[in-house]
Design a protein around this ligand. Structure first.
Ligand code: BEZ
Length: 249
């Protein structure tokens, strides 16, 4: 998937802002060697580095990594796929924010994280939980049907799983002390066109067969369908749900 790193930084900086919550649980020790898995444009990677850790930022998107390198030239960033991490036991902690719901390879990734951690290493992550953005994803599907277009469930790009299933996978790969907990996190978007900006940024996979005009029609129909539920006094608020992982080797 191709990412628009400028739209990401310009209109979706809340992703990194909210990520500061889970980053605070990293409990960074001076000299820790930390991997930021799915670092995006690097804002949280830089925050973790400021606390005295040596941090590597990894992301599968070359566009995101180019932007991260431009913003933070002193930090080491690499384009890499989380399902192909090296198994050298080198990291005291692996951190990931708002990324793991974009992959269907959790078991493989958890195994790779386990192998890349030193003994007693920690894997601290947050991502979209079961029923994350349910109203929005339902509205996209309804909008496509209402407009007479074809909805392709196989294009659904997100993996929003139950806590129990995530926990079982973490235990399966060897983590011993595992906590998985999910919660609602209604998320305000910026400005009157917040929902459309969100859809432009994140729904492209579901709409990849559509012309630009058809995409615009879907955005408008979604806005119509969601207005009563998610819009109030000039503010769109999306029904995010998060899940947090605290797993120790
Ligand atoms: C999320 O961070 O939960 C998310 C972001 C974009 C699309 C879907 C989910």
């Amino acid at each position: 998937m191709k990412w628009n790193s400028e739209l990401y930084d310009d209109k979706h900086s809340f992703v990194a802002k909210y990520g500061e919550g889970i980053a605070s649980f990293l409990n960074v020790q001076n000299g820790d060697n930390i991997l930021d898995l799915g670092c995006g444009t690097g804002d949280l990677t830089a925050k973790i580095a400021q606390k005295g850790a040596t941090v590597t930022g990894l992301d599968a998107s070359p566009e995101m990594i180019t932007q991260a390198q431009k913003k933070f030239p002193d930090i080491h960033f690499e384009v890499a796929d989380a399902s192909r991490l090296s198994d050298v036991q080198q990291y005291d902690a692996i951190f990931s924010n708002a990324v793991l719901h974009w992959t269907f390879e959790h078991l493989k990734i958890f195994e790779n994280c386990y192998n890349a951690l030193t003994d007693n290493g920690r894997f601290i992550a947050e991502f979209g939980a079961y029923h994350n953005i349910k109203r929005v994803s339902d509205a996209i599907e309804d909008a496509i049907h209402n407009l007479g277009y074809t909805y392709r469930p196989d294009y659904f790009p997100w993996n929003f799983r139950q806590d129990e299933d995530i926990k079982n996978d973490l235990l399966k790969v060897g983590f011993e002390d595992v906590t998985v907990e999910s919660f609602d996190r209604p998320t305000p978007l910026e400005g009157e066109d917040g929902l459309v900006n969100w859809l432009v940024m994140f729904s492209d996979n579901l709409l990849k067969d559509f012309t630009d005009k058809e995409k615009q029609n879907v955005y408008q129909e979604c806005s119509r369908l969601l207005r009563d539920d998610l819009y109030e006094a000039g503010q769109w608020t999306v029904d995010y749900r998060r899940v947090r992982i605290f797993a120790y080797k």
